[in-house]
Ligand binder design. Structure first.
Ligand SMILES: NC(=O)N[C@@H](CC(=O)O)C(=O)O
Ligand SMILES: [Zn+2]
Ligand SMILES: [Zn+2]
Length: 351
């Protein structure tokens, strides 16, 4: 990577290590927003019904590939949804055949379409043991679902009650804590130097919980895990821009149509696929860390997953006029509002 001047940077093309593409008309409507900017993405399996078997993943991968706009080069990296009934042999075969890159653990009920998730970890042990022995990474949505636990504490409690015991039971299992939102998550990753990494989203580097609640309810800033207080946002920014290779980009771009977001019971999910790269340049510049952007967006992720780095490069430049982004993506299912940071972004793709 080169920071050519304060106003121009060149970096390897980024990847997105946590992405929701959905299916059908929504998939067709949003895929181009990712494939325009990213070479690869880890595709979340929380469809209805979820992507559970290797056969499901092959069929979903084919639907994704068919929807990629002509001229875009993009590789979807498929995941399976870990259930109590996941079959270790099927997982092994899918991994060895290059269909599957990782499995995804959703505690049952934790987030959008997570009803098939794990309730009793003992039941998932056979597949987790197989994954540990083969080196298949486990992506984790790290929140407990216990109604007695405050929603703002669910990540920290998950680390203590679920993640740490699981990692002690299976130290060889490679784990990615997805979309961490707390200082507790950052500290837990830093305290463990083997087999543990974390993705951080764009929006959690930018908003804290005030954005959701001050001056009225702002549904387009609502996602899970929910944004926390300011000290946590600052801890995430520090981790992302520190150069620590255990932290990398997972946008968690999660499209929901406006009618489902702007409702009495609005869905969790923020859409950032089309503006993430430029927003990140802004954040890393603010932190005086433009030289760390390539590590976060383009190097640490593939290295954790043991995949090659992208060869092609992108160049961004800072101009005096702000960049403009689509406010909404129009899909066959309806409009999807794009994350609006509510401040101008001066970073553009160089022509
Ligand atoms: N992040 C979200 O708020 N929502 C995601 C699910 C998830 O990643 O937890 C979704 O699928 O909509
Ligand atoms: Zn999640
Ligand atoms: Zn997600």
């Amino acid at each position: 990577m080169s920071v050519n001047s304060a106003n121009r940077i060149t970096l390897r093309r980024p990847d997105d290590w946590h992405l929701h593409l959905r299916d059908g008309d929504m998939l067709k409507g949003v895929i181009g927003e990712t494939s325009e900017h990213f070479a690869r993405a880890i595709i979340m399996p929380n469809l209805v019904p979820p992507v559970v078997t290797t056969a499901d993943a092959i069929a979903y991968r084919d639907r994704i590939t068919a929807a990629i706009p002509t001229g875009h080069e993009f590789t979807p990296l498929m995941t399976l949804y870990l259930t109590e009934g996941s079959n270790p042999d099927d997982v092994e075969e899918g991994y060895k055949n290059g269909v599957i890159t990782a499995l995804k653990l959703y505690p049952a009920g934790a987030t959008t379409n997570s009803d098939s998730g794990v309730r009793n970890f003992d039941k998932a042990m056979p597949v987790l043991e197989r994954m540990a022995s083969l080196g298949i990474p486990l992506c984790v949505h790290g929140e407990v679902t216990d109604p007695d636990i405050d929603i703002f504490d669910r990540e920290a409690v998950f680390i203590d009650r679920v993640l740490d015991p699981l990692r002690k039971r299976l130290p060889e299992l490679r784990v990615i804590m997805e979309h961490i939102t707390t200082e507790d998550g950052v500290e837990y990753v830093k305290a463990n130097d083997k087999n543990l990494g974390a993705t951080i989203t764009t929006h959690h580097l930018i908003i804290n919980r005030n954005a959701i609640l001050v001056g009225g309810i702002h549904p387009h800033f609502y996602c899970l895990p929910v944004a926390k207080r300011e000290k946590h946002r600052l801890a995430l920014r520090k981790a992302a821009t520190s150069g620590d290779v255990r932290f990398f980009l997972g946008t968690d771009s999660a499209p929901h149509t406006d009618d489902r977001k702007e409702s009495a019971c609005g869905c969790a999910g923020i859409f950032t696929a089309n503006n993430t790269v430029q927003l990140l340049a802004h954040v890393f510049e603010q932190e005086g860390a433009l030289d760390k952007l390539e590590g976060f967006a383009s190097i640490n992720g593939p290295q954790f997953y043991g995949l090659p780095l992208n060869g092609d490069k992108i160049t961004l430049e800072k101009r005096t006029e702000p960049a403009s982004f689509a406010a909404k993506i129009e899909t066959g299912d309806g409009p999807v509002t794009v994350f609006n940071p509510e401040f101008p972004i001066y970073w553009h793709y160089a022509d």
